[in-house]
Design a protein around this ligand. Structure first.
Ligand code: NAD
Length: 479
């Protein structure tokens, strides 16, 4: 197996990054581009031995990194951000080639935000404080102590963005890290290891291991030296990780799937509502937060649907490297199969296809809207993770809220209404980690982020991230 492959002109190391060195594995797995299914190369296929080596490297590097002054940790995180900014073009084209999301959004939005993730948590670290307080003359002092080696496991739909939401606060907090990216999009994590090394991050502070979750996962998540596990991915995998982590009672942060509602009230600006609804096809529907259940007040449903169809059918689907493309491919033939299965079963159960409902050439699925769907049907209750939306109607706030909350998820919700009081009333009754009112996808790293019910456990962002990645200590000193 060659140690390096060239992807869209960029050299990417295919080996693990452990203890400041590139490490090969006996086995490999093939990485393909969803754009045209072409083989990109063979990637090191880690297992328990690589997990053990990476955790050992993180454990050995921990004491020195934990003792490194906050200002120096922050300086190094800013240096990583500088490295990301210097390589925006390379990171953007490699990410697009590997996971099929739009090049223009990687270039202008996602990769600059990756750099911002490091800068934000570096700066937040420096302002992290809790005022001392007194108890009968004794002083209470709260400190955020680094917890230890952290295992970070991430999915393929926004690989570098989701990885750095975890890597940046974990490192800022003084922890060392073992990052395991998804096997369907392993490349930019390897480039991040290069960038961190060039920035001067000491060996063993950030380790990257590649491989199938089923082969390397347990060894990472049950390891007694691991002090935190942060996972973003699907509910079934989260349950397996929780079982594995239970052996050591390792604290977990779980960012999972969703089946979020987008509620459109009759008093809404309908143009805005339609724009927000069409936006749910972004990233070919492979967005955990997507409002895939359109709930529309019955009096405006016909007009809404007419305008939605007009806009959605005008979307350009094709090569994600083209500036004019709106929707790219889906990540993997298996994912495509899964999406198609959901749609076929929904139609067999009586759903009506308003648009789409079929595969296209290559790894593309037509943007789909299904209506006449029952609340307890699979298509309404389960996450498809493809460009498939359902439309249901409601009469009044009570029914809207009942339908919105009636799944096992609670990640996000969007409310579109022209009435501020209604927005407040409805929002208060929704079960969701994030609610957007007359907007979508506005995310500030200061805000808590996470899901309720089976959409997750815990919150990350701002101080919440440091609460998770640190061992909080209260020191009480006598007068
Ligand atoms: P997945 O659960 O299949 O895989 C996620 C990661 O877990 C991959 O790196 C995989 O290799 C690893 N993994 C698999 N089995 C493992 C095991 N036994 N032990 C340890 N690791 C293991 O999820 P996916 O298909 O990659 O991602 C899609 C899912 O992620 C969707 O459900 C989506 O909603 C969710 N997601 C959630 C958020 C959020 O912030 N809430 C963001 C993006 C994606």
């Amino acid at each position: 197996m060659p140690d390096k492959i060239t992807v869209a002109g960029v050299s990417v190391d295919t080996r693990h990054w452990i203890g400041g060195e590139r490490v090969a594995s006996a086995g490999t797995f093939a990485d393909h581009s969803p754009i045209d299914g072409s083989a990109l190369g063979e990637i090191a296929r880690g297992g328990p031995a690589e997990a053990e080596a990476a955790v050992a490297a993180a454990r050995d590097a921990f004491p020195e990194w934990a003792a490194t002054p906050r200002t120096e940790r922050a300086r190094l995180l800013h240096a990583i951000a500088d490295g990301v900014e210097k390589r925006i073009e390379e990171l953007a084209i490699v990410e697009t080639t590997d996971n099929g999301a739009l090049l223009r959004s990687h270039r202008r939005g996602v990769i600059p935000r990756v750099a911002h993730n490091f800068r934000f948590f570096a700066d937040w670290l420096l302002s992290l404080d809790h005022e001392d307080f007194e108890t009968r003359g004794h002083t209470n002092h709260v400190s955020w102590d680094p917890a230890g080696p952290c295992v970070l496991i991430t999915p393929w739909n926004a690989p570098l963005m989701l990885a750095t939401w975890k890597v940046a606060p974990a490192l800022a907090a003084g922890n060392t890290v073992v990052l395991k990216p998804a096997e369907w999009s392993p490349l930019t994590a390897s480039l991040l290891a290069d960038i961190a090394a060039e920035a001067g991050l000491p060996a063993g502070v950030l380790n990257v291991v590649q491989g199938y979750g089923s082969e390397i996962g347990d060894a990472l998540t049950s390891h007694p030296d691991v002090r935190r596990i942060s996972f973003t991915g699907s509910v079934p995998t989260a349950k397996r990780i929780a079982e594995s982590a239970a052996a050591q009672l390792t604290p977990l942060s779980l960012e999972l799937g969703g089946k979020s509602p987008l509620l459109v009230f009759a008093d809404a600006d309908l143009e805005l509502a339609v724009d927000l609804a069409v936006e749910q096809y972004d990233n070919a529907g492979q967005v955990c937060l997507a409002g895939t259940r359109l709930l529309v007040e019955e009096t405006v449903a016909e007009e809404f649907t007419r305008r939605f169809v007009e806009k959605a059918t005008a979307l350009e689907q094709g090569d994600p490297r083209d500036e004019t493309t709106d929707i790219g491919p889906n990540i993997h033939p298996r994912q495509l199969e899964k999406i198609d299965g959901f749609v076929r079963r929904a139609v067999a159960a009586g759903a009506r296809t308003v648009i789409g409902g079929h595969r296209k050439d290559g790894q593309y699925y037509a943007p789909t809207l299904l209506t006449d769907v029952a609340q307890d049907s699979e298509i309404v209750q389960e996450e498809v993770f493809g460009p498939v939306l359902t439309l249901q109607t409601f009469a009044g706030e009570d029914e809207a809220v009942r339908l919105a909350n009636d799944t096992r998820f609670g990640l996000a919700a969007t409310v579109v209404t022209g009435d501020r009081d209604r927005a407040e009333r409805v929002t208060a009754r929704l079960v969701a980690g994030t609610v957007w009112v007359n907007c979508f996808f506005v995310r500030d790293l200061q805000a808590p982020f996470g899901g309720s019910r089976q959409s997750g456990v815990g919150r990350e962002g701002g101080t919440w991230s440091f609460d998770f990645y640190c061992d909080l200590k209260n020191t009480v000193t006598a007068p």
